[in-house]
Design a protein around this ligand. Structure first.
Ligand SMILES: CC(C)(COP(=O)(O)OP(=O)(O)OC[C@H]1O[C@@H](n2cnc3c(N)ncnc32)[C@H](O)[C@@H]1OP(=O)(O)O)[C@@H](O)C(=O)NCCC(=O)NCCS
Length: 158
């Protein structure tokens, strides 16, 4: 894996390129997936764009076509949250999801953190391979979850 201009990470595996270069990201692909998926259904395009601007983003590309995405919300010192991880259906089962996770967790700006977290409905075994575990003390963990937040945008341009 090479580190290019700034803190951009790029790596190649066969016909695929993994990159943290924000300029390569395809908002149409990312919004198209997220607005239809179970955890961000209806998310407006502008909200996806803002989340990208304020995250460390990882994309996987076949030539110029974006086929995978994941992003990290972090203070780059103590904590990181990994979210919006997906690989387009036609490209699943080839190790691309795991590759993005490995690239994120070995990223030089994300070392020595006290805590990583993520939320998943059914991909536990993917994250277990990267040392994630279920909450050890769920009674200590609190959240304020607003799953219908994007429904208030319905009818607006997405
Ligand atoms: C989850 C997802 C990103 C995995 O991407 P992928 O490129 O198909 O995964 P990989 O080929 O790297 O497989 C990684 C490993 O995770 C395992 N895995 C566990 N749960 C999985 C799941 N729900 N989907 C796919 N793989 C899963 C695979 O079996 C594989 O194990 P192996 O290495 O022992 O064979 C992809 O299936 C996806 O986009 N799913 C829909 C969106 C989603 O649910 N995202 C996760 C939100 S937390």
């Amino acid at each position: 894996m090479s580190q290019g201009a700034g803190s951009t990470i790029e790596a190649r595996r066969g016909e695929f390129l993994l990159s943290t270069d924000r300029d390569r990201l395809d908002l149409n692909v990312i919004h198209g997936f997220l607005t239809a998926c179970y955890w961000a259904k209806g998310i407006p395009r502008e909200v996806v764009a803002r989340s990208i601007e304020n995250s460390l983003c990882c994309g996987v590309y076949k030539q110029t076509q974006q086929v995978g995405f994941a992003r990290v919300v972090s203070d780059f010192a103590t904590y990181a949250y990994i979210g919006d991880v997906f690989v387009l259906e036609a490209f699943r089962g080839q190790g691309l999801g795991k590759w993005m996770m490995e690239a994120i967790m070995t990223h030089p700006q994300l070392q020595g953190l006290r805590r990583w977290s993520l939320v998943t409905r059914d991909a536990h075994s993917l994250y277990q391979q990267l040392s994630f575990t279920p909450l050890k003390k769920p009674e200590n963990y609190m959240e304020l979850h607003n799953p219908s937040v994007y429904q208030s945008f319905s009818g607006e341009a997405k």
